[in-house]
Design a binder for this molecule. Structure first.
Ligand SMILES: [Zn+2]
Length: 244
């Protein structure tokens, strides 16, 4: 009886052990499955994230005209519709905001006294002229083989978007040299060092592209008044930094 009972006991114990082993094996398989699933999930998620970041950093192409416009309105300051400018006509029939004239005249006189001969090549622009210049630039990039979206993005690093150009304010001037009297470089250098004394700033310095979004334009000067110009020049700021 004892032995039967013992055997019965032993048998029962074996069943328990087998059951336990089975349970452990099932638990291990389930755990393993969960771990593998978790690893695959995490890898899938992070590579998806990487792909998205890569797409955002390596492709400047913007998908549609609508997102172009959204992007543009984030990046650019459009001139308010009610903005009024009182223009005066300069030599060569260029026009500018009349408030800049006295300082401009004084600056040009000072330059000439040092044998530097600046010449205005662009001043006030109408909306129509800005539109024409911008679409010329876009078309030039398209002719080089860029897509319309790429051409748009490249063009706006050189030409301000219509409605957002300082030339439309009448406060910006493109200044080169009287070619038979001195070089453009001589004029640019003189203006870089002296224009602030007369209220003008080099608007798009070479080291500020990441802030202004516009390439280095050694000919483009913007009137901000003498006080602001001096601060901007001495602290080596661009206008965006000064206004922040
Ligand atoms: Zn300009």
């Amino acid at each position: 009886m004892i032995s039967v009972s013992n055997r019965g006991c032993f048998f029962t114990l074996r069943k328990v052990v087998v059951k336990m082993k089975l349970r452990n094996t099932t638990l291990m398989v389930v755990t393993l499955f969960c771990v593998v699933f978790a690893i695959l999930f995490i890898q899938g998620f992070s590579s998806h994230g990487k792909k998205e970041i890569k797409a955002a950093t390596t492709s400047p192409t913007i998908e549609s005209d609508m997102s172009n416009q959204n992007q543009d309105s984030l990046e650019w300051n459009y001139i308010p519709e009610e903005y009024n400018v009182t223009l005066m006509t300069l030599k060569n029939d260029y026009q500018a905001d009349e408030r800049i004239y006295p300082d401009l005249q004084e600056m040009f006189d000072a330059a000439r006294n040092e044998n530097i001969y600046p010449l205005i090549d662009e001043a006030y622009r109408t909306q129509e002229r800005q539109e024409a210049l911008f679409s010329d630039k876009v078309n030039a990039y398209i002719a080089e083989g860029y897509s319309e979206e790429e051409a748009h993005d490249l063009a706006k690093t050189w030409v301000a978007l219509p409605g957002a150009s300082e030339h439309q304010l009448g406060l910006a001037l493109d200044i080169n040299a009287e070619q038979d009297k001195c070089t453009n470089d001589a004029v640019y250098l003189w203006l870089q060092e002296n224009s602030y004394k007369y209220g003008f700033i080099l608007r798009y310095p070479s080291d500020k592209f990441n802030i202004t979004g516009i390439n280095y334009e050694p000919w483009h000067f913007r009137y901000v008044g003498r006080e602001a110009a001096k601060e901007i020049y001495t602290q080596e700021l661009c206008l965006e930094e000064y206004l922040d």
